[in-house]
Design a protein around this ligand. Sequence first.
Ligand code: TMP
Length: 206
Amino acid sequence: MPGLFITFEGGEGTGKSTQVARLAERLLVQGGKVTITREPGGTPAAEQLRGLLVSGETGRWSATGEALLNYAARESHLTDLIRPALAKDHVVLCDRFMDSTRAYQGYAGGCSMALIDALEEGVVGATRPDLTLIFDLDPEQGLLRARSRGDSEDRYERKGVDFHRRLRSGFLDILDREPKRCRLVEAGRPVDDVSNQVWSIVSGRL
Ligand code: TMP
């Protein structure tokens, strides 16, 4: 199985993490080498930046500040984990990546898209995902699910439902603009149905 970079995107409480784990199991059964990772995070330096981003006051950073912090974390992640894993022909499953910056900081937060384009070009460069699964769910339903987890990484969950509606339409716009790279996953369906949809998309790309 050759290296492949697959990213999982979507709003809060869409069940991405469960599906990352389920897809990894299926790939391992097929004999693939799999790296599971997440953003912000994935390296010790990036995990430290994550701590600054996902907790505390909602207004702690501006959308522009968040984009810069996420890109500092992403640069470490790409250099120290993602590119080396792809070079060893791993299938890299990444729970959030560059589209989260575009959706959360750009579409929902109001950060300049020109700045986000420049960061994407300069930091991600040629390491763009081969496939991006966009998990789509009504934001009110997603926020309910996310809140029921009750963890402390809830800074974005507290941003209010209008923020989360802009976020959802941002992800759908990304999907419209890049139909070759991005595929929609209907995240409101039963978890086994979602896994089967994910597998049918991914196995078509292997
Ligand atoms: P998680 O809850 O999916 O683990 O992600 C952490 C939070 O970080 C989530 O609320 C989305 C947010 N985030 C951004 O705002 N911009 C980004 O670029 C990334 C990667 C995540």
